[in-house]
Design a binder for this molecule. Structure first.
Ligand code: ADP
Ligand code: MG
Length: 244
């Protein structure tokens, strides 16, 4: 592996009695693309949210680029900018234009000037194929377009790593590929990515590693080809039998 960018050591988290993350050990190298897969309720979203400090955890350590996750304040805002997150439900600001959605973070958190932020935003919107929509509002765009805006918005912060939590599962089938294509492009350009998805095509094309989670644990890790053709654990075999 290249130099590790995200390192989780013995991370444990509970929701009440539920031990949702159990001794999670995971290293993500710079430029590495890790696909996280597993049954519903296994803790995949919680894992992403914990890395982005949207959730707290009780024991263990998480470092990004060698630095532990900050607790609060300015450092936390900085962390959220360094760790981009794209959710299933686009989460754009409904009452702001597409352009404003993309410039808001760079201006408010990164302290960029408005003109510079707009120039860069337009480049990013161009790159994800929605530059024509810059002056519209989110509700005027298709789901696939909104999700591409959400990706552009994250990229505008120049994140060190991008987390994607089932970015295509709320989309109509014909829009899935337009979002996956953008993600494959990012992967090829060397973005460090953690992607929760059941899209095997994406995993095969773009992932360096598949991490299989079940019941709050990492059960298995392998290269995509190996994982999909020769899973080792019964849990993984069972899961793949259901989705393939
Ligand atoms: P996945 O993304 O793999 O489907 P999640 O991380 O969303 O799994 O959830 C893992 C488990 O934690 C599930 O049993 C879920 O019900 C529970 N859970 C998730 N968020 C919360 C929360 N905020 N409070 C209590 N339980 C939660
Ligand atoms: Mg989830």
């Amino acid at each position: 592996m290249t130099e590790p960018l995200v390192v989780l050591k013995d991370v444990n988290k509970h929701f009440g009695d539920l031990h949702v993350l159990q001794d999670i050990n995971l290293q993500i190298g710079k430029g590495e693309v890790v696909v996280v897969i597993g049954p519903s309720g296994s803790g995949k979203s919680t894992l992403c949210r914990t890395i982005n400090r949207l959730e707290t955890f009780e024991s263990g350590t998480i470092t990004i680029d060698g630095k532990p996750l900050p607790e609060e304040g300015k450092e936390l805002a900085q962390l959220r900018a360094d760790v981009g997150m794209v959710f299933q439900s686009f989460n754009l600001f409904a009452h702001k234009t597409i352009l404003d959605n993309v410039t808001l973070g760079p201006v408010k958190v990164r302290g960029q000037g408005k003109k510079d932020a707009e120039k860069r935003a337009m480049e990013l919107l161009e790159r994800v194929g929605v530059a024509q929509q810059a002056q519209k509002y989110p509700a005027q765009l298709s789901g696939g377009q909104q999700q591409r805006v959400a990706i552009a918005r994250s990229l505008a912060m120049d994140p060190k790593v991008m987390l994607f939590d089932e970015p295509t599962s709320a989309l109509d089938p014909e829009m899935i590929n337009e979002v996956l294509d953008v993600m494959v492009g990012l992967a090829k350009e060397g973005m460090t990515m953690v992607v929760v998805t059941h899209e095997m095509g994406f995993a095969r094309k773009a992932a360096n590693r598949v991490v299989f989670m079940a019941d709050g644990q990492i059960v298995e890790e392998a290269q995509p080809e190996t994982f999909f053709t020769a899973p080792r654990s019964d849990r993984a075999k069972d899961f793949l039998g259901k989705i393939l």
